[in-house]
Ligand binder design. Structure first.
Ligand SMILES: Nc1nc2c(ncn2[C@@H]2O[C@H](COP(=O)(O)OP(=O)(O)OP(=O)(O)O)[C@@H](O)[C@H]2O)c(=O)[nH]1
Ligand SMILES: [Mg+2]
Length: 367
């Protein structure tokens, strides 16, 4: 750094001297007017003094806008420089703070994926999980919003896909026949007992049980035991014709509940037999019974294979044993089918209820 003081009779001349000697990059550090000659400052000639400086070091590739004070800088330059470095320090601190805040702020993707992960954890198909999140009215809500609000919106979206719910509704006049089909051991007979008890004992309707499950000796006994407790008649049928006659005999009843033997979805012959049995009366309302813990791929196979029996409702059992409701939601999302009851335990007649979309949606978003 080269610092020099120039004097001239006016400012233009002084600046011209600075430029010609120090060049265009010179900076004026200080100027003052003074009187030369005279007495005590009076009657002297007015002069101008200019202190200028130029950086003699080769220029840095990216020069800092803040110039260092010259070695022999005046006190106010030193003071300014102190202020500048203080400001620089403040800016550095602020930048650090902003960086910390930004890194702590959950990004859109992170927040989005935490809800996506929760759905996946509950066995929702990844593609369905994506769609549900995209269905939110405003994607920006996923960023930094209160999780309770996002959860509420997701519950709203999920429950919209579970709106087809209908239990057994009895006609004003005449009789309603409902048959229960599905794989073995899912809870068909127990569910029938629960429904029969509710309609007969709680609502006082005339109910009859018919069982077509003659493959296991204990199956008939199981239904007879329930019928005795509820105090309603029970019929055993072996063929479609038997069923036809039994339905005719019990046409005075309000509700006829038909139990069937558990069937493997892979046994085509058994499924055709079941189809033939239910074909005796097109008015039979058929409920396909599935265990809630059935794996989605397995449930898809069951639904596809049992489709020959044209079930109108799906009923899920064993909610008390459920880890999650992935299968239920994936199925109903892909194949909007009417859901009827859910069962929640082995107790007859209490552990059964009509499915509720919001309750199910809450369970689907369980942590
Ligand atoms: N935890 C639990 N167990 C249930 C529920 N419903 C039925 N069960 C039990 O599941 C087992 C099988 O029930 P069943 O009613 O005999 O099943 P099913 O579908 O009629 O069986 P098959 O006639 O052999 O095809 C029994 O031990 C029931 O007590 C439920 O909601 N929760
Ligand atoms: Mg049974």
């Amino acid at each position: 750094m080269k610092v020099k003081v120039y004097t001239a009779t006016n400012m233009q001349d002084a600046v011209a001297q600075v430029k010609s000697e120090l060049g265009r990059d010179a900076v004026i550090l200080h100027t003052r007017r003074f009187y030369k000659g005279g007495f005590l400052g009076f009657f002297g000639k007015e002069m101008v003094e200019v202190m200028a400086a130029v950086d003699t070091q080769p220029s840095a590739p990216a020069p800092s806008p803040i110039k260092k004070a010259p070695v022999n800088a005046t006190p106010w330059i030193v003071e300014e420089e102190a202020k500048v470095s203080e400001l620089q320090q403040e800016i550095t601190n602020m930048r650090k703070m902003i960086e910390q805040v930004v890194t702590k702020l959950p990004s859109k993707e992170t927040n989005n994926s935490c809800w996506h992960d929760l759905l996946i954890k509950n066995d929702i198909d990844p593609e369905i999980a994506d769609n549900i999140i995209k269905e939110l009215p405003d994607q920006n809500l996923l960023v930094g919003s209160n999780p309770a609000i996002v959860k509420h919106l997701l519950i709203e979206r999920i429950s919209k896909h579970l709106q087809h719910i209908e239990g057994i509704t009895l006609p004003e006049t005449g009789c309603k026949t409902v048959a229960f089909i599905g794989p073995t051991g899912v809870g068909k007979t127990t569910t029938i007992a629960k429904i029969a008890a509710n309609f007969a004992m709680n609502q006082g309707h005339k109910v009859v049980l018919i069982t077509a499950d003659t493959y296991r000796i204990s199956a008939v006994e199981q239904l007879k035991t329930y019928a005795d407790i509820i105090d309603i008649p029970v019929e055993v049928v072996y063929t479609p014709d038997d069923l036809k006659s039994a339905l005719f005999r019990h046409r005075d009843k309000k509700l006829v509940l038909v139990d069937t033997a558990g069937r493997s979805p892979r046994n085509q012959y058994q499924l055709e037999e079941l189809q033939a049995l239910l074909a005796v009366d097109p008015e039979i309302e058929t409920h396909l019974v599935l265990g809630i813990s059935t794996k989605y791929a397995e449930a898809l196979e069951i639904v596809t294979k049992f489709a020959v029996c044209e079930p109108q409702r799906i009923l899920f059992t064993k909610f008390d044993e459920a880890c999650n409701l992935g299968t239920l939601f994936n199925l109903l999302y892909k194949f909007p089918t009417t859901l009827s009851y859910i069962t929640t335990g082995q107790n007859v007649p209490d552990d059964i209820e009509l499915a509720n979309p919001v309750k199910l949606a809450n369970m689907i978003l369980r942590d």
